[in-house]
Design a binder for this molecule. Structure first.
Ligand code: SAM
Length: 257
């Protein structure tokens, strides 16, 4: 345990420094974790076929979706955040521009005809079962990985917030409700899984970047929350870094043929 709690000035300086990193550039985060039973991209590529038309909901800067591009024919990534869609369009290599598009759109109002997609993906974004099932062709697949409700449990406890940073859970997004919503719309559960492994932020910069980027809690402001951050660093610093846990959920459903 670190017996010298970090000062307000030091933590404000760290927050200002990592605030200059791009909001969604998680490549700057230095962290390690224990082995996990699956990797999202590896799971998804096993289900994709070269002829598939794929929708990625909450695509963010599109990096994850673009990394899968060679496994499907046509793709659209959507996100309600205009700045992120602009970033995704900037990340789109010219060679893929003919078959992948990024559009500003929220999950609850998809501007696509019924049965437009063979596969709908959603990595750690809000789930809307009605719209997702509507745009899937019969027999199509919905694949989602979500942040589990016990993610970073020691940290969320200090802030008194949920795993996604809100002070109140968003109704209908818990794993049982999501699975039941798809079953109620005639979908079969293909796979439901979870893992929960030890996770370590290698340095304070990485922890603070993550708190600001999520944000966690939803109103995170170092000027207001520095004492909690100092407590987390003092209580959970280990030789591997600042210890927490990574809880992830996987759900794969198939629309009725
Ligand atoms: C944690 S990020 C995940 C980004 C990306 N899927 C990835 O795996 O890197 C969650 C994304 O959901 C988007 N989002 C928030 N509200 C949304 C909504 N109503 N409909 C669709 N996406 C939403 C956010 O803008 C953000 O890009």
């Amino acid at each position: 345990m670190n017996r010298n709690p970090l000062s307000r000035e030091h933590l404000l300086a760290v927050a200002a420094r990592v605030g200059g990193w791009h909001r969604r550039d998680y490549t700057r985060v230095r962290a390690t974790r224990d082995p996990v039973p699956w990797y999202y991209a590896e799971i998804v590529r096993r289900y994709l076929r070269p002829t598939d038309c794929v929708l990625d909901i909450g695509t963010g800067s599109g990096r994850q979706f673009l990394s899968l591009a060679r496994f499907f024919a046509q793709g659209v990534g959507i996100d309600p955040d205009e700045a992120l869609i602009q970033a995704a369009q900037a990340n789109l290599p010219p060679a893929l521009a003919g078959r992948i598009a990024f559009l500003t759109m929220p999950v609850h109002d998809l501007h696509f005809p019924d049965e437009s997609f063979d596969v709908v993906l959603n990595r750690q974004a809000i789930i809307h079962a009605d719209e997702t099932v509507r745009v899937l062709r019969p027999g199509g697949l919905f694949i989602t990985q979500q942040v589990g409700p016990r993610n970073a449990e020691n940290i969320t406890r200090v802030f008194g917030c949920t795993a996604s940073g809100q002070y109140r859970a968003v109704a209908g997004q818990d794993p049982d409700s999501v699975a039941a919503a798809f079953q109620a719309r005639g979908c079969a559960i293909v796979c439901r899984a979870e893992y929960n492994v030890p996770y370590y932020y290698t340095d304070l910069n990485s922890l603070v970047f993550w708190l600001q980027a999520v944000p966690l809690p939803e109103d995170f402001d170092m000027a207001r929350h520095w004492e909690q951050v100092a407590h987390i660093a003092a209580a959970y610093t280990t030789p591997r870094g600042i210890a927490t846990n990574e809880h992830r959920l996987l759900l794969i459903v198939r629309k009725a043929p």
